[in-house]
Design a binder for this molecule. Structure first.
Ligand SMILES: *Cc1c(COP(=O)(O)O)cnc(C)c1O
Length: 364
């Protein structure tokens, strides 16, 4: 059985080298005679694994000393609540930029928890195919919130909004470590692991020390309080040890491949190859506007509409998957197809996809 090229938006492909290392250590990790899955999280066998993962995140992302790196469960979606509960505590007001599903869900969750949400900009007018330009955010907001890479719409910020003293929060679930990012411009960053970091099960949170409050909004559960996890070095309760172990290995793989800069170079090469084809043929076109395009998630449509489009899209996804190019169906809100080309997707995978696209266009 040969390995497929997996274009899933998440969980997504992991570097083959990392999977092989994990396999080799499955029964006996570091001479302990156990799998990481079986280790006590408070053992001398496991603790260095988590410490190394954290150290590598700090190193690769250049995390300043006045920020904590936390491993939390509950996925990106739980952060929608944690951000509101822990940061929305002074004026009780927050600014959100609406760039699609994930930003909208985050805003809805904050509202539900009693934070007054101002949607200060939106790209809903054009089905979220671009990132609105908001140079400056001002007001008595407790925080400003953006979704930096929009996994479903295939858009990505090409700038960081200026927020002065207002802490900027960004969901970087689908672009973390795909490029260098200046952490000091943000109050809080978070990312579910299952796109660019590891299997599902852990969410990475990078939070500036002064935002770790002792007094979140009233009624906030212990587990949803950042301070709980910060004070316990992400060991307040049992962490998802195996996922963190894989995350650490992915960090070393990124370092070996040039760090965040190396990833950007590779990702640009892959994305340019695909967009260049999409922009220069009359069968397919990308849905995201130039100037807002994601390097990670590339939704595209064919020239057909209506029932014919539905039929062609289905045929594309089916025939691609028969050739080992899997999970290319688009999200229902955009339609068509979507190729997610995260860090672990190779240039060869993207070239193979484009070859298939050419053949398919010629026959249809
Ligand atoms: C996948 C994703 C989420 C949701 O993550 P879960 O871990 O499934 O809760 C949130 N935001 C973005 C940008 C995503 O891509």
């Amino acid at each position: 059985m040969s390995r497929v090229f997996n274009f899933s938006a998440g969980p997504s492909c992991l570097p083959e080298e990392v999977l092989k290392e994990c396999a080799a250590e499955m029964l006996d990790c570091n001479g302990t005679g156990q799998s990481v899955m079986e280790m006590s999280h408070r053992s001398s066998a496991y603790e260095p694994i988590q410490q190394d993962a954290e150290k590598m995140v700090r190193k690769l992302m250049n995390v300043p000393d006045n920020y904590k790196v936390l491993f939390i469960q509950g996925g990106g979606s739980t952060q929608f609540a944690m951000v509101a509960l822990n940061l929305g505590i002074k004026s009780g007001k927050a600014a959100y930029i609406n760039t699609g599903v994930w930003a909208k869900k985050a805003a809805a969750e904050a509202k539900k928890l009693g934070v007054k949400v101002d949607v200060i900009a939106s790209s809903e007018d054009k089905n979220f195919s671009y990132i609105p330009k908001v140079e400056k955010i001002e007001g008595d907001y407790d925080y400003a919130y953006i979704c930096y890479n929009n996994t479903i719409m295939g858009t990505h910020y090409e700038y960081i909004p200026e927020t002065g003293n207002i802490p900027l929060v960004a969901d970087i679930s689908s672009c973390i470590l795909s490029e260098p990012l200046d952490v000091s411009k943000f109050g809080l960053l978070f990312a579910g692991a299952q796109k660019n970091l590891a299997p599902a099960g852990v969410t990475l949170v990078i939070i500036r020390d002064d935002l770790i409050t002792e007094t979140p909004r009233s009624g906030t559960p212990t587990m949803l309080t950042y301070k709980t996890h910060a004070d316990a070095d992400s060991m307040y309760n049992t962490p998802p040890c195996y996922t963190i172990y894989v995350l650490g290995k992915v960090m070393h793989w990124i370092e070996k491949n040039g760090g965040a800069e190396g990833m950007l170079k590779l990702n640009k090469e892959k994305a340019d190859y695909l967009y260049n084809y999409l922009d220069n043929n009359d069968f397919y076109h990308a849905t995201a506007e130039k100037g807002s395009r994601s390097l990670m998630n590339v939704p595209f449509l064919t020239k057909y509409d209506g029932d014919k489009a539905t039929e062609i899209n289905k045929k594309f996804v089916k025939e691609a998957s028969e050739k080992g190019l899997i999970n290319l169906a688009g999200h229902r809100l955009v339609g068509g197809m979507r190729a997610s080309i995260y860090n672990a997707m190779t240039l060869n995978g993207v070239k193979t996809l484009v070859e298939f696209m050419k053949e398919f266009a010629a026959k249809n």
